[in-house]
Ligand binder design. Structure first.
Ligand SMILES: Cc1ncc(COP(=O)(O)O)c(C=O)c1O
Length: 463
């Protein structure tokens, strides 16, 4: 399935698979995220096929699009889960994943999170309806914890000993490789907070790799998201393989290499190399080691979800300025923060459009367009979805689609300016399912309705 094939104009109206988008929003309202199940399946199968010689175990990056039903879909497709918090762990568990099939990454795991990753008695799901079918108390430790510092390693070992569990741990390596992506999503350079500097890894293995309450089973790397070039991946893998050789020389057995996520998608047609180019470069580097028993993990999120989802918003007002037109919508930085946070490009187009089918291009090159900023209702100048875009004239009440919004859209939503979270709909062929209700303001306010005085511990009196 190519880029946005799941979202196509038919008879002048945008369709999600077989369903006209206006029909969906008539029922679900706006703003609403719409995902295509066939697009998700196709992207997953493409990944699986591209890397098949490496027999990769895919761990779906829950953070990219965490809806329970999407996690369940990924689980049904055969993916394990990559979680980065106790909340995500419990979510993935609720979605049906087994903890043995999870990797727990993240730079700042708390004691409570480490404990719950090792023993389901410490979950956070009390009072969540529908839990009866799965008793978290019965779940075992997560398959792998990715440790990002020796401080974290110490806490993992502590809780392992305390709970009588031997945690399986990969060390996250900072390979000091530039992924050539936005500085805020660059995670593998020495100045970034992630992972441990590669040259320090062998000594850490020597110190921790021989029975200190943890099993150090491998190495993890994630250099950024998205990574728009092939070579930085290869560089990072080469750093890892150099470490594997050194570690094996020192007598440590490396069972697992977790290569993280970051596989890119086209926000603009032809913007990034096809996934298969990444596979072609990495397979020769890793193939023989896989034959000799190495397990490769990957943690894809964006590649599966981004072009499998759109955000649909309704135009509230159109304001004609002297130099450009402002199309003011009910979605904004609170609904999709990527443009404000990373100046990310999302293709934007009206849902009703009888002209030539637009493509994912910065300038669609069609006649009779006008320069617009597509903005939200939030009281911030940074509240925009698209700036200086050539768009067809729009009116109050029109529906607008924001493309490539299926990853890091809903997961980064906020309640800023007291807007409830958008609804989510999953389309599969000619069926549309509401998989997340629009959040009511009452829910947003619920924890503030009452106040109680804190019982403070008595100050100890110094003698
Ligand atoms: C450790 C880790 N793994 C996987 C991912 C998923 O990346 P992507 O969605 O680009 O595949 C991320 C995202 O930033 C990450 O931080």
């Amino acid at each position: 399935m190519k880029d946005i094939e799941a979202f196509r104009f038919q008879d002048g109206v945008l369709h999600a698979d077989g369903i006209a988008v206006p029909q969906i929003v008539e029922s679900a309202g706006t703003p609403t995220y719409i995902y295509s199940a066939p697009a998700i399946r196709a992207a997953y199968q493409r990944l699986d096929k591209a890397f098949s010689p490496l027999r990769v175990r895919f761990q779906y990056a829950v953070k990219s699009s965490p809806n329970l039903h999407l996690c369940r879909l990924m689980h049904d497709l055969g993916a394990g889960m990559d979680v980065v918090s106790g909340g995500e762990l419990d979510r993935a568990w609720l979605a049906g994943a087994s903890t043995a099939d999870m990797v727990f990454a993240g730079v700042g795991k708390s004691d409570a999170e480490i404990r719950s990753a090792l023993d389901g008695r410490f979950h956070t799901l009390d009072g969540v309806p529908g839990l009866e079918e799965r008793e978290p108390e019965q779940r075992g430790p997560v398959g792998i914890l990715n440790a990002e510092s020796t401080s974290e390693l110490e806490r993992i070992a502590y809780w392992g000993t305390e709970l009588g569990v031997r945690p399986r741990v990969c060390l996250r390596v900072n390979p000091d490789v530039d992924p050539h992506t936005h500085e805020y999503t660059t995670t593998g350079k020495e100045e970034n907070k992630f992972g441990m500097d590669a040259p320090l890894i062998p000594d850490i293995f020597d110190e921790w790799g021989r029975d200190r309450g943890v099993d150090l089973v491998g190495l993890h790397v994630h250099i950024g998201s998205p990574v728009p070039q092939v070579e930085p991946y290869a560089e990072a893998v080469e750093v890892l393989l150099g470490l594997v050789d050194e570690l094996e020389r020192r007598g440590h057995k490396i069972e697992v290499l977790d290569l993280g996520g970051g596989w890119p998608i086209n926000y603009v047609e032809g913007q990034v190399p096809p996934l298969e180019d990444y596979a072609k470069r990495l397979i020769p580097l890793l193939g023989e080691r896989v034959e000799n028993g190495l397990q490769v993990l990957m943690e894809p999120g964006r590649f599966i979800m981004a072009n499998s989802g759109i955000l649909v918003t309704r135009v509230q007002h159109v304001k004609k300025g002297r130099t450009k037109t402002f199309v003011i919508c009910d979605a904004g930085m609170h609904t999709l923060i990527r443009p404000a946070l990373y100046r990310a490009f999302h293709f934007v187009w009206p849902v009703s459009w009888a002209g030539e089918a637009p493509r994912l291009l910065e300038d669609p090159g069609l006649p009779d367009l006008e320069i617009c900023d597509v903005v939200g209702p939030i009281c911030e100048t940074g509240d925009f979805l698209a700036r200086n875009r050539q768009l067809p004239p729009m009116e109050r009440g029109d529906l607008v689609a924001i493309f490539s919004a299926g990853a890091y859209g809903m997961s980064m939503v906020s309640n800023y300016n007291d807007h409830g979270r958008p609804a989510e709909v999953l389309v599969d062929g000619d069926r549309a399912t509401l998989i997340n209700e629009r959040q009511a303001l009452a829910t947003v306010l619920a924890t503030e309705r009452t106040a109680r005085e804190l019982e403070l511990p008595r100050p100890t009196v110094e003698s």
